[in-house]
Design a protein around this ligand. Structure first.
Ligand SMILES: Cc1cc2nc3c(=O)[nH]c(=O)nc-3n(C[C@H](O)[C@H](O)[C@H](O)COP(=O)(O)O)c2cc1C
Length: 339
């Protein structure tokens, strides 16, 4: 099982959704970097559950503790160990899922592969694991020059028309369009009222990006970003720059032409031949509707019997608002690893 990400800035995450704690070990962080828990906490607070009526009711403070690798407020170059306690785990509420697989979740495939699973909230396959990535990503953000911003551009049928970056943290869906945000919240609430869920699209812009990151062959920056972002549970698609819409463009329209001031467009999303061009990186990810829904659905049990299942309890009716900081973290981890 692959629990480690990166080759020079290496992050290993550990822990299960309803175990004692979760955390990350970061190996390869340079010495002398000023680091305190509050540098990490602000990003964790953006991902934590229970932030609004449109996120899961699970109440976790997600307080991070630095256990090693920092002395007198600076990193020592040794492994940094981070821990976040699970304060509101409720393993008993998963008893009814011990012998049955949730449709759309990792349960069935995990059981077929490993034969033994932690059924409590999906164990390692839970979105809770991503708190550890966000904590590691906050450190990665400190060692890269680029600025990473992610936000919701679509939820269900509602599309953001504006890109007002000041607005993102002012609304619970993290959209840069205030008016669209209200409609997005209403779509999520409507899905929740029907015991259903809804998906969306997150855009990630990396500005102040210097040219030269990434290699031309297997280390193509676009391929590394796609792999990192697709490793987030619930992410089902990645676009760079013009993305899938390039299929209906002519070469003359798609090519990013240059004049003395620089590029006149950015259809490539800031990457050519796998190497950053110095333009902003433009990335979009498609997030599926949450698989855990109260609506009754057909599934099979461990013994192969057909059953009807509705998932009661705590889950996010839309994953988009909580995946926003996770997406930023994964992009930061790629850039820190390739700096
Ligand atoms: C922050 C975050 C929170 C999540 N919350 C839930 C949830 O409440 N219920 C659920 O069914 N899936 C949730 N997921 C998605 C599952 O982790 C994911 O669907 C599962 O691991 C299977 O992976 P796949 O969807 O990529 O195939 C969450 C994911 C993230 C990143």
């Amino acid at each position: 099982m692959t629990n480690t990400f990166g080759t020079s800035f290496k992050v290993t995450t550990w822990g299960e959704s309803h175990g004692k704690a979760i955390g990350a070990v970061i190996d390869g962080c340079p010495a002398g970097l000023p680091l305190k828990e509050s540098d990490i906490q602000s990003d964790l607070d953006r991902r934590k559950p229970g932030q609004s009526t449109i996120t899961t009711d699970r109440k976790e403070s997600d307080r991070v503790e630095i256990l090693s690798g920092v002395f007198e407020g600076k990193t020592t170059g040794t492994p940094i160990s981070l821990m976040i306690m699970n304060e509101d785990s409720d393993p008993k509420s998963y008893d009814h899922l011990k012998d049955v697989f949730r449709p759309g979740h990792a349960d069935m495939a995990y059981f077929v592969k490993y034969g033994h699973r932690d059924h409590r909230g999906g164990g390692r396959s839970s979105g809770r694991e991503t708190a550890a990535r966000v904590a590691a990503g906050a450190i990665a953000k400190k060692i890269i020059d680029a600025d990473i911003k992610a936000y919701a551009v679509q939820i269900g049928s509602i599309v953001a028309k504006k890109r007002d970056l000041e607005e993102i943290e002012n609304n619970p869906v993290r959209s840069p369009d205030k008016d669209a945000a209200k409609k997005m919240v209403a779509e999520i609430e409507a899905a929740k009222a029907e015991s259903d869920s809804i998906g969306g699209i997150i855009e990630i812009i990396v500005s102040a990006m210097h040219a030269g990151t990434g290699d031309p062959i297997f280390g193509k920056l676009d391929s590394l970003l796609a792999a990192a972002l697709m490793s987030i549970g619930g992410v089902k698609g990645v676009e760079i720059g013009s993305g899938f819409s390039c299929a209906e463009m002519k070469g003359s329209a798609h090519n990013d032409q240059m004049n003395k001031e620089g590029f006149t467009s950015n259809n490539a999303g800031g990457i050519a031949g796998g190497i950053s061009t110095g333009q902003d990186l433009i990335i979009r990810i498609a997030v599926k509707p949450t698989s855990s829904i109260g609506k009754k659905q057909k599934m099979i049990s461990i013994s192969g019997e057909e059953t009807i299942i509705g998932i009661e309890g705590r889950h996010d009716p839309c994953l988009v608002p909580r995946i926003v900081p996770v997406a930023e973290a994964m992009v930061a981890l790629v850039l820190a690893d390739r700096r």
